[in-house]
Write a protein that binds this ligand. Structure first.
Ligand code: CUA
Length: 165
């Protein structure tokens, strides 16, 4: 008659156990941090809101007349046209506390649009209008830059949002 089989001895070294626990804690902490920064800071995925023809977008509204429109007090929309190698307009001014919805597109190649110290960070893909809303609470100047290498004048592609008190 056979002996009943013994359960295999799953010995885990105490140090290995500590690292396993530490690893699980770190994964949990990273998920919590992503959750807090993502939802708490209002991160949003940029929407491709419309399709346009990059060859004609500069000649038809709204991008033939880019810039800021006031929808209601403190509520704006900004149409920005990116092209080699500038943003039209280069500068917009809003009062502190304003909510601005940006609509950005390209008249030629792929560009980027990042406004410092905000959640605005968009890829500007020719043929697509990218949209993102942000709120400017702090007075000051917020530079925006093209962060996608687009050619010889890439480094000259910048502008700013001026937030007045
Ligand atoms: Cu536009 Cu780099």
């Amino acid at each position: 008659m056979n002996q009943p089989e013994e359960a295999p001895n799953l010995h885990v070294d105490p140090y290995e156990r500590i690292w396993m626990i530490l690893g699980a804690v770190m994964i949990a902490a990273i998920l919590v941090i992503i959750g807090i920064t993502g939802f708490g800071a209002g991160f949003a995925v940029p929407d491709p809101v419309a399709r346009v023809d990059p060859k004609t977008v500069a000649n038809s509204l709204p991008f033939s007349d880019p810039g800021l429109r006031e929808l209601a007090p403190g509520k704006y929309e900004a149409f920005i046209l990116a092209r080699t190698f500038l943003f039209q307009p280069r500068e917009i001014t809003v009062p502190a506390g304003s909510t601005v919805t940006f609509y950005v597109t390209s008249a030629d190649v792929q560009h980027g649009f990042k406004i410092e110290n905000t959640n605005v960070n968009l890829q500007i893909v020719p043929g697509q209008v990218s949209k993102l809303t942000t709120r400017f609470d702090t007075p000051g100047e917020f530079n925006f830059i093209c962060h996608e290498y687009c050619g010889a004048g890439h480094a000259a592609m910048f502008g700013k949002v001026i937030v007045t008190p």
